[in-house]
Design a protein around this ligand. Structure first.
Ligand code: LLP
Length: 415
């Protein structure tokens, strides 16, 4: 799939806009997203499923900016949410509540009530007590809640331990060996419609094999449930495939992944639901940052930039790799350096021992593949205002989130 960021005469562009123009007017640090890249990736899922019953529910947690949600809502996406806040956002972006699925291990009564009142498509329910809560709140509101139980299929997703979720040691889902008994008991709940089965075994999976293994286990579960008279209508397979952060990473192919899933599901009279987040937005976004200082110690070379772990926490939290490239490409000279931010922690880095362009104070850099789990996990740590966000459409761009101000930092506080 096309990369929306490319050099033209040594200048880095997003679609048809030179990124330096955006930095000059929006300032840095600043996230920039390509709407074309987002839509291309959404359509790679959507179009490969067009002729079978399906719903592609974008995982809002990956990037919940209203501009992006509105873009996807207009393209016909559904949404996977994990909080009342995410439901509020998708509704504000113009999404239809009937296309929303509510996942997550700790839904509160207020959130369940809000979702029931709005009439979401379904809940992915993670425990028996949660099921009881949904039943009683639905009863009180005079509604029937559509539910899929999230099965934990005990499949190793082979990814970073913090984002692997499908093993029996994880807090997520209901052990696949126990879930059948819960479906049985749930048939007695009058305000619950047992509509589906769901799972999500982890994120950033470069090899789809474990997901297909989980799918096989889920399909066997559907057969057993149907044999006992529970009419399962949908199967939700959770998040999408991973993305290449390094040039050497294999580049998973969305259409190829969906083909493999389809092969297994076709003819089974099941609506397929997917909840991709990262694979829709990660490659569509960069974080722009300006070099503040160069600094040399007896051991190391540092490039100090104006973006930090509070803006993009992935390198500090998961040791993850993001390519960092200059907005203006010069002769091939490179150095080995750590790219670090202003936050007062040695864990504040965007890259370690990185072979990188020999850049100087004032130069602009793009931290690539930052569209997913970037801004959404930004904080005000060290009282740093959170960055601006910009959405590019062809030769146009617009701010979809203002940079925070100093007043924003203390909003709601008192002396
Ligand atoms: N559905 C559920 C229930 C999930 O928990 C997740 C991600 C997704 C869908 C979307 O998965 P995706 O298509 O994005 O792989 N902050 C971490 C990633 C956390 C993922 C959490 N759950 C990171 O920066 O890598």
């Amino acid at each position: 799939m096309d990369c929306p960021f490319r050099y033209e005469r040594e200048t880095l562009y997003c679609e048809e806009v030179p990124l330096a123009d955006i930095a000059a007017s929006a300032g840095t640090p600043c996230y920039v997203y390509s709407s074309k890249a987002i839509l291309d990736r959404f359509h790679a899922y959507e179009d490969s499923l067009a002729d079978i019953p399906h719903a592609v529910c974008y995982a809002v947690k990956a990037n919940s900016n209203l501009g992006i949600l509105a873009l996807l809502a207009k393209a016909g996406a559904g949404f996977d949410i994990v909080s009342g806040g995410e439901l509020y956002r998708v509704l504000k972006a113009g999404a239809s509540p009937g296309k929303v699925v509510f996942s997550g291990v700790g839904k509160t009564a207020e959130e369940v009530e809000y979702a029931l009142e709005q009439g979401i498509h379904s809940f992915n329910c993670e425990s028996e007590p949660e099921l009881a809560l949904i039943d009683s709140l639905a009863g009180r509101l005079g509604k029937r809640a559509r539910v899929a139980l999230r099965a934990n299929p005990d499949v190793d997703a082979v990814t970073h331990p913090y984002i692997s979720t499908g093993l029996s040691e994880h807090k997520f889902g209901i052990d696949i060996k126990l879930v059948e008994a819960i479906y049985e008991r749930a048939r007695a709940l009058r305000n619950i419609e047992l509509d589906g089965v769901s799972c999500h075994i982890g994120s950033q999976l470069l090899d789809p094999a474990p997901v297909l293994e989980a799918l096989d286990r889920l399909l066997a579960l559907v057969d057993r449930l149907r044999a006992k008279g529970t009419e399962i209508r949908h199967l939700d397979l959770g998040g999408g495939i991973g993305v290449p952060y390094k040039r050497s990473d294999p580049a998973p192919d969305i259409a190829g992944f969906v083909r493999e899933v389809r092969k297994r599901i076709e003819g089974r009279n099941l609506k397929l639901m997917l909840e991709p987040g990262r694979s829709i937005v990660a490659e569509a976004g960069v974080l722009l940052t300006r070099v503040l200082y160069r600094k040399t110690t007896p051991r190391k070379e540092f490039i100090v930039v104006d973006a930090a772990m509070n803006d993009l926490i992935r390198p500090s939290l998961y040791g993850s790799y993001h390519e960092i490239i200059p907005l203006r490409r010069r002769a091939a000279e490179t150095i080995t350096a750590d790219v670090v931010g202003p936050v007062c922690e040695s864990g504040d880095f965007l890259a370690k021992d990185r072979q990188i362009a020999n850049v100087f104070p004032g130069d602009l850099l793009a931290v690539c593949t930052s569209g997913a789990y970037g801004f959404v996990a930004a904080s005000n740590y060290n009282s740093r205002p959170r960055p601006a966000e910009v959405l590019v459409e062809g030769s146009q761009w617009r701010m979809v989130r203002q940079r925070e101000t100093l007043e924003d930092l203390t909003r709601g506080e008192s002396v």
